[in-house]
Design a binder for this molecule. Sequence first.
Ligand SMILES: [Zn+2]
Length: 388
Amino acid sequence: MALDVTSSVVPLDSSSETINVFWHEGMLEHDTGKGVFDSGIDPGFLDVLEKHPENEDRIKNMLSILKRGPIAPLISWHSGRLATISELLLFHTQEYINELLETDKSGAKEICHGTFLNSGSWDAALLAAGTAILAMKHILDRKGKFSYALVRPPGHHAQPSRADGYCFINNAGLAVKLALNSGCEKVAVIDIDVHYGNGTAEGFYNSDRVLTISLHMNHGSWGPSHPQNGTVDELGEGNGLGYNLNIPLPNGTGDKGYGYAMTELVVPAIENFKPDMVVLVIGQDSSAFDPNGRQCLTMDGYREIGRSVRALGEKHCNGRVLIVQEGGYHVTYSAYCLHATLEGVLNVPAPLLSDPIAYYPEDDSFSANVIDAIKNYHLDNVPFMRKA
Ligand SMILES: [Zn+2]
């Protein structure tokens, strides 16, 4: 059953706020190839091989829905740029960057499972990093409250000295570093990609100035490139103890479960932390139809998360929110869920676009129990949450 997706387009008030979207078409040049899913390998059993899930089509649709969807009048477009090597060193080690430069010179290589640095990939990675930095700078320069960095390759698995999970450079991590170096005292990162934002967590694991919160499926470590487990006991170290909050959620958590996790876990943590900048790291691979995840969010769920993060930004950060694109591999639904998320951030009074495919019977009782257990764990083990 398909809904009439054109009937729900709501006319917009011209006095509405805008989101500044930062983008550069050079990021489409990162060619991840074909194979069985993300393997890059064709054993010869299939007549029709799909592209690698992290392909340019997903981003082309995100771009087009923001240009031609009903949110289009609320978008202000800005061109991205390449990051410099010295900017990369804000988050990454010199040795690691040298390795990437050497790999780029020597030709195509699979750096770790599913993570291909091919011809054109390095410039795309530099553009993703520079574009995220520029999106943050726009906010820091007080040119706008909301920036969205529409970037690929994604970044949140990239650790200071390691590539992982389709990521080379941690785009959001670089933006956070810029904020810290530009007068922000404390930054909160809320990562709703279906995978653990292990790279960002690792980069700030010893810091009490960056609160990293990740809501993800309970996938654990997936190999040498991803040694972290994403479990609740990975809380940070030293000064950073308690400033990495992992929220591993059961498969099928859905809109209600995510709403409960936001209300019970994310909002109280941000209230106690009192950041002066919020970064929302988004991946639509937590949707109901993603090939890489089973969390079953729909457009409604993403819209509510956007609304909730906007409210946190208004309360603590003069409304300032940077949004950075990560995963999201269903070529159609990722674009629609992005549209819904940005509707939420803009707090539009009614949905601008109806959901073309959502149907998932939710049972939120299991997720609610898990979230209650995580809440109790935080209250027992996270010093800054105990003060509440
Ligand atoms: Zn992901």
